[in-house]
Design a protein around this ligand. Structure first.
Ligand SMILES: Cc1cc2nc3c(=O)[nH]c(=O)nc-3n(C[C@H](O)[C@H](O)[C@H](O)COP(=O)(O)OP(=O)(O)OC[C@H]3O[C@@H](n4cnc5c(N)ncnc54)[C@H](O)[C@@H]3O)c2cc1C
Length: 493
């Protein structure tokens, strides 16, 4: 048997927003914790490719775990994002009625919001809607205001949850794909290609693969299928077109295609909702983008997605065959707790899902004693683009690499990139740096800064250029064949 030196109280499988939130919650207690993630980074699957909205739960199905989790989580976001230093904008959402049928539907949605305990949702007259959002379709005939709908960055939140846990003693093993689970006396053996871990409890937060993890203990009580959602990301120049999250009146299978601001000042348009077969198919499609363009131009006619887009992306919702979230101990193996099938709103419900998992562990007999010296604050990297001139001067004095701008579009310096590479959850790929700091996420999409980031990664990680990948093994950018071209120094500024 492989190395058995690793004994943990709880081992979390999956470094998405759900798994990372659970690790963060449990790190408040005096426990030995680890998270296993098969990819090269946390937040590299569905949790990096969503709408980034911290929902209030106003339109969720009353009486469900999903609804209870979102409603309980929403009031906590200000405090959570403050201590984890993650951006949060309490911008509010407007659901836009474009017809009499829509107006009629709003009545039901308002009643549902109140049944969900979201009492501040209210009807808006057409004049009120226009005053709040002058660029909406002139056919707008009314709306609903949802004051506490907010947006954040799902990826930054996931990274922050995981980093906070690491700062408090948890371990995160990247590129560790769980391939076997074996119940043993008092716990489980968890096998990855590198080694076998022993844990008293295991949490299944493997997103789209959570059915495969359940199957490792013979639990076939649910199956997961992917539902694709495609998005446009628009240039910041059109960011001011809307100030709120703009929602259509929903359909039975989707909350609908929305227009939303992002923490970075872009607009996103999407998502579609298409059931597909392949759990790895995150390609955008011409048809999907067309539907997004049409639907969002109905809400905001001034949008011109094809001319103002800087990129597109798609994410896959983990649709559960049972029709609801599966957050409970496995019936086949009570030491395995599922946090699975979190199809929609997993970001919004993540603090409460994590709290409930903690409660289940306590009910199972795990002692949850406060961790001595627990540090709730997780400091984020100081960003030169957010600094005042005086602060920028101070940052440069402290680390002159703050004066070397690597990414012009998003104003990212070498100092920030170096810090991300050596952070508690290290960024070791181009995508990892992009997710944390945004070089490559701006207008030029990495055309200018990509080679520079690559060189900094290689230098800081002590690797050859051919050892640096876009997203992980197999996605290396510099190969032995094209190395000569890449190593000829690009022109600086
Ligand atoms: C288009 C779209 C829009 C959305 N919009 C919103 C929104 O605005 N607000 C909101 O709250 N929610 C939204 N959601 C839902 C939200 O994104 C999900 O609920 C959430 O990201 C699920 O997180 P997760 O941690 O369960 O899954 P994931 O983020 O997929 O994480 C699972 C992780 O498990 C890892 N893994 C899998 N198998 C193994 C293995 N064998 N060993 C180790 N690791 C493994 C994967 O690599 C992955 O990193 C949206 C989703 C989509 C697709």
């Amino acid at each position: 048997m492989a190395d058995m030196a690793n004994d943990y109280d709880v081992l979390v499988i999956g470094g998405g927003v759900v798994g990372a939130a659970i690790l963060w919650e449990l790190a408040k207690y005096d426990l030995r914790l680890a998270l296993l993630e098969k990819r090269s980074d946390v937040a590299d699957a569905t949790s990096k490719a969503n709408s980034g909205i911290a929902h209030t739960g106003f339109d969720s199905k009353p009486g469900t775990l999903e609804s209870a989790s979102i409603v309980a989580s929403n009031p906590r976001w200000d405090e959570i994002c403050n201590v984890l230093e993650v951006p949060l904008q309490r911008c509010g959402a407007i659901m836009v009625a474009l017809s009499d049928d829509d107006l009629h539907s709003l009545e039901g949605i308002l009643a549902e919001a109140h049944a969900n305990g979201v009492h501040d949702v209210r009807r808006l007259t057409v004049d009120e809607v226009r005053a709040l959002e002058p660029n909406l379709n002139p056919a707008t005939c009314g709306g609903l205001l949802v004051p506490r709908e907010s947006f954040t960055s799902s990826a930054l939140l996931t990274i922050a949850y995981a980093e906070s846990a690491v700062l408090n003693g948890a371990e995160v093993f990247l590129q560790h794909s769980v391939t076997a689970l074996q119940p043993v006396e008092g716990g489980m053996l968890v096998t990855t290609p590198q080694r076998t871990f022993r844990a008293r409890w295991v949490i299944n937060a493997a997103g789209l693969a959570s059915d495969a993890i359940a199957a490792l203990v013979g639990d076939d009580s649910f199956a997961i299928t992917p539902r694709k959602g495609e998005f446009f990301v628009l240039d910041k120049s059109v960011g001011p077109l809307v100030r709120h999250i703009i929602l259509p009146v929903p359909t039975p299978i989707s909350k609908g295609i929305l227009v939303a601001p992002t923490v970075e000042g872009n607009l996103i348009l999407g998502p579609t909702a298409d059931d597909i077969q392949d759990k790895t198919d995150t390609r955008t499609t011409a048809d999907g983008m067309k539907r997004v363009a049409e639907a969002t131009r109905k809400l905001v006619p001034a949008l011109d997605p094809y001319r103002t887009t800087i990129t597109q992306y798609a994410g896959l919702r983990a649709v559960c065959s049972t029709g609801h979230w599966e957050v409970h101990p496995s019936e086949r193996c009570p030491r395995l707790i599922h946090a699975a099938g979190i199809r929609s709103t997993g970001l919004s419900g993540s603090p409460e899902i994590a709290r409930r998992v903690g409660e289940m562990l306590a009910e199972g007999g795990l002692a949850l004693r406060p961790r001595p010296g627990y540090q709730p604050r997780r400091p984020a990297i100081r960003l030169i683009r957010e600094a005042t001139p005086a602060e920028a001067e101070e940052l440069c004095r402290h680390d002159p690499r703050y004066g070397h701008l690597v990414c012009r579009c998003e104003q990212v310096s070498e100092a920030e990139i170096v810090q991300a590479i050596h952070a508690p959850i290290p960024a070791t790929t181009l995508d990892g740096i992009k997710r944390r700091l945004r070089p490559g996420a701006g207008r030029c999409q990495g055309g200018f800064c990509g080679p520079r980031v690559l060189e900094i990664l290689a230098r800081e990680l002590g690797r050859d250029l051919s050892g640096i990948a876009k997203s992980g093994p197999g996605a290396e950018i510099v190969t032995q064949r094209n190395k000569a071209a890449w190593t000829s120094k690009p022109q600086d500024n």
